[in-house]
Design a binder for this molecule. Structure first.
Ligand code: NOJ
Ligand code: CA
Length: 563
């Protein structure tokens, strides 16, 4: 863009770079940086502990940037590392513009970000928008009196007599209302009582939270993962939710969250946040739990002006290795019109190696799942440790549970400790994560399942992931090609093409424990080839013959095809 008014060059430089930022594309087809990037989620408590207090930290992350670079990661999303009483392990923020001392300092953050930048890795922060900690200065002021300056920054209501204002229940157990004796009113919290909901109808809250994003953009971050966006607004009339038959895992009545989630007002906020993000060449990733594709579509925005990357959690609801179910989900998301965002594990979901594992072939299945979502059209968000096939280490006794929902809901709900255990770096004590006592225990399997050992084994899950990421960075068909489902009636083998101009990549995944033989006629897709050129496979040998492709149990075959 040509900036006119040469005499005003200094004044307008900022404007020009902001305006330019939103149109920066990485190729002639207009793809944005985040469409070609691989994202990697880091749970900072559990990644790497640099000072041996048993808790991971920012200097620990900085010390592993070379590893992330060599893995092929382009952006890291760090779950909340802000000051916090840690009731919900950081998702209860008491200061949005600082770093919790247990993780380091702002200077450590800047250093880590600078080192990441040198390696071409961007930093994405977690934006906990729906609620703050009850220890945030805003809430401390808000609860101090009915007339305090920030009273209306949160959701205060009179009860019905001594009962809650309505029947809304917290997703973390119990009523979503807590009586505050000092001022005699209830405050609302969709999550724990220590996480009071902010009142997004108050323009002062809106402005203060938008300023938080600007503050981090100025510091250099490349975007935000927006926490719990569904829950930002509530029905102003505070109507009771419809009650459904049965109880949840905390023993509370089941409800349809009609009046306290997914209100249309959230889209206005997302559009505004997007404008600020665009001015900073930044990306917004959404924690978007949607029941179907029409709901997911809404998060992209009617004019693609809301979230660039709403996560597709419907993909994680396929809970067995079922080609027909995966086909259905992939096709649905692929037709949603936006750029798909695939996730198979995170800090709230049981690790995929266990979810899909059969107990005997978990590493083969970890390779299969990685090969699936890292070859689909869209942007993947990995979860730390997934690349080595890390498994859950669930607590077996209530007294060991750290995650409060696991204590309240035991034994039905064991909490999320199992998927948050320390990264397994090597086979030394505590898997090389700390020389202190790790905040969560490392499973015994770390002796084999760890970065150092897997690095040496060409057939490891880690080396398969490295190969996949290298491939998806250089292969046009994997980066930008269409998704074309193949052999759609096969119940055991999931196959598809990624097709881009004269090139295509064939992906074949045997989701069964039996050998399978498959054949392909790709003439209708414009590729009358007889053979594929093998790019990556978990099998010792593969001919690439399209008329007879033999697959070992849980095998992965990826080959290129030319016209
Ligand atoms: C979603 C986060 O992923 C989860 O870990 C957290 O407990 C809730 N939001 C509340 O912030
Ligand atoms: Ca530490």
């Amino acid at each position: 863009m040509l900036c006119k008014f040469a005499g005003l060059v200094l004044l307008v430089a900022g404007f020009c770079s902001a305006a330019l930022a939103q149109t920066q594309a990485v190729d002639a087809e207009g793809h944005q940086w985040w469409q070609h990037a691989v994202f990697y989620e880091i749970y900072p408590r559990s990644f790497m502990d640099s000072n041996n207090d048993g808790i991971g930290d920012l200097n620990g992350i900085a010390s592993k940037l070379d590893y992330l670079k060599s893995l092929g990661v382009d952006a890291i999303w760090i779950t909340p590392c802000y000051p916090s009483p840690q009731v919900d392990f950081g998702y209860d923020v008491s200061d949005y513009e600082n770093i919790d001392p247990m993780y380091g300092t702002l200077a450590d953050f800047d250093r880590m970000q600078e080192e990441a930048k040198q390696r071409g890795i961007r930093i994405i922060m977690d934006f906990v928008m729906n609620h703050s900690s009850d220890q945030h200065a805003w809430f401390i002021d808000s609860r101090s009196s009915r007339t305090s300056a920030k009273r209306d920054w949160y959701m205060w209501h009179d009860g019905k007599g001594s009962s809650e204002p309505n029947n809304w229940v917290s997703t973390f157990g119990g009523a979503a209302w807590t009586m505050d004796a000092k001022t005699g009113q209830f405050y609302y919290h969709y999550f724990y009582p220590q996480q009071p909901d902010l009142n997004w109808r108050n323009p002062a809250v809106h402005d203060a939270m938008f300023d938080v994003t600007r503050w981090w953009y100025k510091r250099g971050v490349a975007g935000f993962r927006l926490d719990a966006v569904d829950t930002l607004f509530e029905d102003p009339a505070m109507r009771d939710n419809p009650v459904l038959p049965g109880t949840d895992k905390f023993g509370d009545p089941l409800e349809e969250n009609l009046y306290n989630t997914k209100l249309p007002e959230v889209h206005v906020v997302l559009r505004d946040l997007r404008k600020v993000a665009d001015q900073n060449n930044a990306v917004l990733i959404g924690e978007t739990w949607t029941k179907d594709v029409s709901e997911l579509k809404q998060y992209y925005g009617e004019h693609s002006d809301e979230l660039q990357m709403p996560m597709d959690f419907m993909f994680t609801t396929v809970n067995r290795l079922s080609p027909p179910e995966f086909r259905r989900q992939i096709a649905a998301v692929d037709s949603a019109g936006g750029w798909p965002v695939f996730v198979i594990s995170n800090h709230d979901i049981v690790r995929s190696a266990v979810r899909y594992g059969d107990g005997q072939n978990n590493q083969a299945i970890a390779k299969l799942m990685g090969s699936l979502y890292l070859t689909l059209r869209g942007t993947p968000i990995m979860y730390y440790g997934e690349e080595i096939g890390m498994e859950n280490n669930d607590p077996t006794r209530k007294e060991d549970v750290k995650d409060p929902i696991g204590r309240v809901g035991w034994p039905m709900e064991k909490g999320r400790d199992g998927e948050r255990t320390p990264m397994q770096w090597d086979d030394s004590p505590n898997a090389g994560f700390t020389r202190g006592t790790p905040w969560l225990p490392v499973p015994l399997s770390y002796k084999n399942v760890n970065v150092a050992s897997e690095m040496k084994d060409p057939a490891s899950t880690l080396n398969l992931y490295r190969g996949l990421l290298a491939l998806r960075h250089e292969n046009h068909a994997l980066l930008d090609g269409d998704y074309v489902a193949l052999n759609q009636s096969d119940p055991n083998v999931l196959s598809y093409l990624r097709r881009y101009k004269n090139e295509a990549v064939l992906v074949v995944l045997n989701m069964s424990s039996q050998p399978q033989e498959v054949s392909f006629d790709l003439t209708p897709q414009g590729f009358p080839a007889k053979n594929a050129n093998t790019l990556l496979t978990t099998m010792k040998t593969a001919t690439g013959s399209l008329s007879h492709l033999s697959l070992e149990p849980f095998a992965v075959y990826i080959g290129s095809i030319s016209k």
